[in-house]
Design a protein around this ligand. Structure first.
Ligand SMILES: [Cu+2]
Length: 202
């Protein structure tokens, strides 16, 4: 019985601001002290029979339930306040989340158009191309009678190329990070003749 009183005392002390719980807990502590100090000290054979034992258990159970339910009832108020503030902060987060989610750089798609010289000169119509980082498609239109392609390289590393063809249009699609790339025609002699340029990805 001493043990019961000692275990309950800190709980009551921690909830002093809570009057109903304090009353219920105080009754429980008082009951435990009554049992252990008064009855237990005076009657060494207590509880003497099963009836007394059941009575003690019943009263103790009622007081424990009362104390616990008071604790639950009063802490329930602060719990719902905590839940409300959690919901508020969650709503704040979800409101700000779509902004970064809607603008990932890797989702950008760029479509570039490039054309060869229709008269058969060894040149493209531009020496400068630019695109957003992400998926980059370069379509080459070659209406000259000479076969051409467009090859994309980073330094000396070839990343991709269209087929070598004449007539119509062919394209190459690459995933590119920001940086400077070169584009050129890999048909022998064409790059040296001027079929090259810079692709800037930002
Ligand atoms: Cu060419």
């Amino acid at each position: 019985m001493h043990t019961l009183a000692l275990q309950l005392t800190p709980i009551v002390a921690a909830e002093k601001s809570n009057v109903p719980f304090y009353v219920a807990g105080g009754l429980l502590v008082a009951w435990a002290l009554l049992l252990s100090l008064v009855i237990g000290a005076r009657r060494s054979d207590f509880p003497a029979d099963i009836g007394q034992q059941r009575g003690v258990i019943a009263i103790t159970a009622i007081l424990v339930i009362a104390a616990v339910s008071m604790a639950v009832a009063t802490s329930g108020g602060s719990t719902s306040k905590a839940a409300a503030s959690t919901q508020t902060s969650t709503a704040g987060e979800s409101a700000s989340t779509p902004a970064p989610a809607s603008s990932p750089a890797s989702a950008a798609k760029s479509s570039l158009k490039l054309a060869t010289n229709a008269e058969g000169q060894l040149s493209y119509d531009t020496k400068q191309l630019s695109a957003k980082a992400g998926t980059v498609t370069i379509a080459l239109a070659n209406s000259s009678p000479v076969e051409h392609n467009v090859t994309i390289a980073e330094g000396t590393k070839v990343l991709g190329a269209t087929p070598t063809f004449t007539g119509g249009s062919k394209s190459v699609t690459l995933k590119l990070k920001p940086g400077k790339y070169t584009f050129y025609c890999s048909v022998p002699g064409h790059r040296q003749a001027g079929m090259e340029g810079t692709l800037t990805v930002s």
